[in-house]
Each structure stands twice: as structure tokens, then as C-alpha cells.
Design a protein around this ligand. Structure first.
Ligand code: UD1
Length: 430
């Protein structure tokens, strides 16, 4: 089993190219199955969750070709099954996007109940509420969500919670429903807008994505398209906080600075310098980090997917910080691992109370989930001594070439498989 061997202490310095947004790519790939014509998607990140989605799509008959590492060509003209229950698909949360896509196009879909990171109860009631409002019968049987309708008709849907997944899923199905659908209290994340733009590029009629009311006039069919996915806000934010934690100087390139405003604001609050240009942001961390408070919120609030990374920074800041997690109820599991590295953090319910310490020390730790795993790597990069990070398969779900990009910034990080390799790494970088 591969692990990351890390020697901390090097400030990260240099430029890093940010890839396409995983959480936009997943629904966009699923939505590509909504036309029989060929679709060309560029800037698709080469990460595990994406490959799981592509495999599941191939399993139901979608023809998938790669034209280069980040360009995928899909044709769903010969789908032979509306049941997506491939062994791996249930492991990713985004499997549910096949529901909206297939239900919209064929009025019928059966998809394995989603998994994903274990960060709390992850209900799908709002997805189901939306599909039912469009006229589908939805049941959960034998681990599958099954939805079918004689035809889908537009509806007025109020989301009881702001949900990225439910907003996108219902928007996809409604794109091919008869008449007007209005989704109120919709999620406003950049990837919601990206999916709407993609569907519109295929001939859909969606207005208001990026606000909390989305209006979808159903069309009878969608056509082929060429589309480039937006940059990954969370990958960029992770490298920005890596600069902060390691007292580095990192420029994240190929990004949309507007999508990173809440992250930039917090970096400024904790004493980093942040310079913005049209498609890049430079973060310099030259002074001691300051404490602050942060609460995760739906966009444009501070993203829950950046909560572990900011906590890793605040644990090294002067004074006491409070981090409140308001989206998922069980997203502080990694705190035990940070504590093993010397952090002083007390978790009470959905709040972490952090007393800053002067430094981390290397330890053997495990990545409990995707973003927490990345945060632990960042902590290890600033720690005194060596760290071995286990369960890095979680990190590989969402970060392409994570260790290579970090190496490029001067980090001592390598993949190792055995204790012997770890010892060799220690001798080499010692
Ligand atoms: C997506 C992202 C995930 C991110 C999250 C919040 C993907 C693949 N994953 O997850 O990385 O952390 O957005 O930005 O894009 N909820 C319900 N009922 C529902 C749906 C959601 O109660 O039907 C609740 C959830 O339990 C959670 C909150 O709504 O408390 C937000 O969840 P949601 O925005 O749906 O997250 P995901 O789409 O699963």
C-alpha cells in the first residue's frame, strides 16, 4: 500500500498549475450522457473519483475515449442499461449524478446509493424530493435508488437545505422535462454554474445559476458540445494554505480569483500577503500566523472542503481560534491525527477550539478522508522531522499528482510502499 513519506521544514516556493474542478467534472461527465451526440470535455482532472465515474458510464454503454490526459470524448448513443450498480460507483458520492442525467433523458434510472467521504450523514432526501416534484416515482430498494416516470414535468421546488448535489441533480433532470422548473434556495457554488453552462452549451435553457433561484425551461433534446471545465477552487485553496502553513511563497496559476474570495479573505486575516492577478494568486507567508474564527457555509461562504486545511494553519497561529463546521456534522476526525503531530485542538460538537502551538512534529498518521488527508500532508510539510501518511488513496480521489506538484514547490515528499523505502527516503533527504 502506497504511503507518503514527508520530511517537513521546507517552505513551499514557486508556481503550481491548478487542474479542472473535480466537483464540476463529475456532474458534467454524467450530463454528457444526456445526448446521443458526441461530447468533448476538456480540463478533466485525472483523479480517482473521475475514473470511477467514467468506468461506471462505460459499464452502462457510454463510449469513453481519452484524447490526452485531460480531454475526454463521450458518446452515449448506445446506452444499454439504465442501472448503474458497478462495484466501485457506490464508493463515490457523485454516483447520484447519473440519476438526474438518466432520469432526464430516459425517464428511468437505477443507481447504487452513494458513498463518498465519511464526514457525516449525507442525506439524499432533497434529490428525491426534487425528482418526485418532477413527476418521478422514487424508491430505495436493495441498495439502489430507483426512479421512473411516464414523463417529467416542470415544477416549483423549494430546497429545504442548500445542497450542491440536489441542485445539480434536479437541474439536470429538469433540463429535459416538459415546461418550467424553478428551484428555490439552490446552491450557488461555481460548479453549479459550470454545470448549467455546460447544459446550456448542449441546448438546455437554464437561467439564474449562481443565484438562489434557478429557472429551467425544459427542452425536448440536447445536442453535442465542446466544453472546458473550470479550475478547481479547492485544489487551489489547498496550495494557498500550504503556502501559509510552510511559511512559503506560492503562486496558484490557471484559477478564477473570484471563486477564491473567502479563502483569500481568511489568508489575509491570518497575516499572509495575497496578490491577485487575472488568473493567478500569489500567497506569501513571511510573518507569524495570527488567529481567527471561521464558520463553513455554502458559497460564497468559506467552503467546508477547506475546513481541515485552515484548521491545520490555525493550529500554528498565535492565540485561540474557533472553527465552526456548519455543513457536515462529523468533519473533525482528522483532529486526532493533528494532535499526534503536536496540535492543541479541542472539539466540541461542530466546533473546534484551537490553541496555537509553535510547531508540528512528524508522526505516523492516516488520512481519514480526502480534504483532511490533504490538510495532514500540509501540516507534515511544516513539521519538524519525518511523517508517514497512510491511506493516501483518499487524497488521490481528488488531487492529481499531489506529491509531484508539492515536490515542484520544493517539498520533500515521496511515495513509498515499504518500511525499507521509508528508511531509504530518510537517509536520502536526512
Ligand atoms: C458536495 C461536494 C462536497 C462538498 C459539499 C458541500 C461533490 C461530489 N461533493 O457534496 O465535496 O463538501 O458539496 O460543498 O460535489 N443534504 C441533505 N439532503 C440532501 C442533500 C444534502 O440534508 O438531499 C445536506 C447534507 O447532509 C449536508 C448539506 O446538505 O449537510 C450540504 O450537502 P451537499 O451540498 O448536498 O453536499 P454534496 O453535494 O453531497
Amino acid at each position: 500500500m502506497e504511503q507518503y513519506a514527508i520530511k517537513g521544514g521546507n517552505p513551499l516556493v514557486g508556481d503550481v498549475e491548478i487542474g479542472g474542478a473535480k466537483n464540476a467534472a463529475l456532474p458534467i461527465l454524467a450530463a454528457s450522457a444526456m445526448t446521443d451526440e458526441t461530447v468533448y470535455i476538456d480540463n478533466v482532472p485525472d483523479v480517482r473519483d473521475i475514473n470511477v465515474m467514467l468506468n461506471a458510464m462505460q459499464d452502462i454503454g457510454v463510449a469513453v475515449r481519452h484524447a490526452g490526459r485531460h480531454k475526454v470524448i463521450l458518446n452515449a448513443g448506445n446506452i444499454h442499461s439504465l442501472v448503474a450498480e458497478n462495484e466501485t460507483i457506490k464508493k463515490i458520492r457523485a454516483s447520484y449524478y447519473l440519476m438526474g442525467a438518466l432520469l432526464g433523458k430516459y425517464n428511468c434510472a437505477e443507481v447504487a446509493l452513494p458513498g463518498g467521504c465519511d464526514i457525516g450523514c449525507r442525506a439524499i432526501d432533497q434529490h428525491i424530493k426534487g425528482f418526485r416534484a418532477l413527476g418521478a416515482e422514487v424508491v430505495i430498494e436493495h441498495g439502489l435508488i430507483k426512479a421512473k416516470a411516464a414523463r417529467l414535468t416542470g415544477s416549483h421546488i423549494y430546497m429545504d437545505v442548500v445542497s450542491v448535489g440536489a441542485t445539480i441533480n434536479v437541474m439536470m433532470a429538469a433540463a429535459l422535462a416538459e415546461g418550467l422548473t424553478i428551484i428555490e434556495n439552490s446552491a450557488k457554488e461555481p460548479h453549479v454554474v459550470d454545470v448549467a453552462n455546460f447544459l446550456n452549451s448542449m441546448g438546455a435553457n437554464i437561467k439564474g445559476a449562481g443565484t438562489d433561484v434557478i429557472r429551467i425551461k425544459g427542452v425536448s433534446r440536447l445536442h453535442g458540445s465542446e466544453y472546458t471545465i473550470i479550475p478547481d477552487q479547492i485544489e487551489a485553496g489547498t496550495f494557498m494554505f500550504a503556502a501559509a502553513v510552510t511559511r512559503g511563497d506560492v503562486t496558484v496559476k490557471n484559477i478564477i480569483p473570484k471563486h477564491l474570495e473567502s479563502i483569500t479573505a481568511k489568508l489575509l486575516e491570518i497575516g499572509c500577503e495575497v496578490e491577485e492577478a487575472e488568473d493567478c494568486i500569489r500567497v506569501v507567508s513571511s510573518k507569524p500566523l495570527l488567529h481567527t474564527h471561521v464558520k463553513t457555509l455554502p458559497y460564497p461562504g468559506f467552503p467546508t472542503d477547506m475546513q481541515p486545511q485552515i484548521t491545520a494553519a490555525l493550529a500554528l497561529s498565535r492565540g485561540t481560534s474557533i472553527v465552526t463546521e456548519s455543513i457536515f456534522e462529523n468533519r473533525f476526525k482528522y483532529v486526532d491525527e493533528l494532535t499526534r503531530m503536536g496540535a492543541n485542538i479541542k472539539v466540541e460538537g461542530n466546533t473546534a477550539i484551537i490553541d496555537g502551538v509553535g510547531r508540528y512534529t512528524g508522526a505516523s498518521i492516516s488520512a481519514p478522508d480526502l480534504r483532511a488527508g490533504a490538510a495532514l500532508v500540509i501540516a507534515a510539510l511544516s513539521a519538524e522531522g519525518f511523517t508517514l501518511v497512510d491511506d493516501i488513496r483518499y487524497i488521490e480521489r481528488g488531487y492529481e499528482d499531489f506529491h509531484l506538484k508539492l515536490q515542484n514547490l520544493g517539498a520533500h515528499i515521496e511515495l513509498v510502499e515499504t518500511e525499507k523505502e521509508f528508511q531509504k527516503f530518510k537517509l536520502r533527504v536526512g
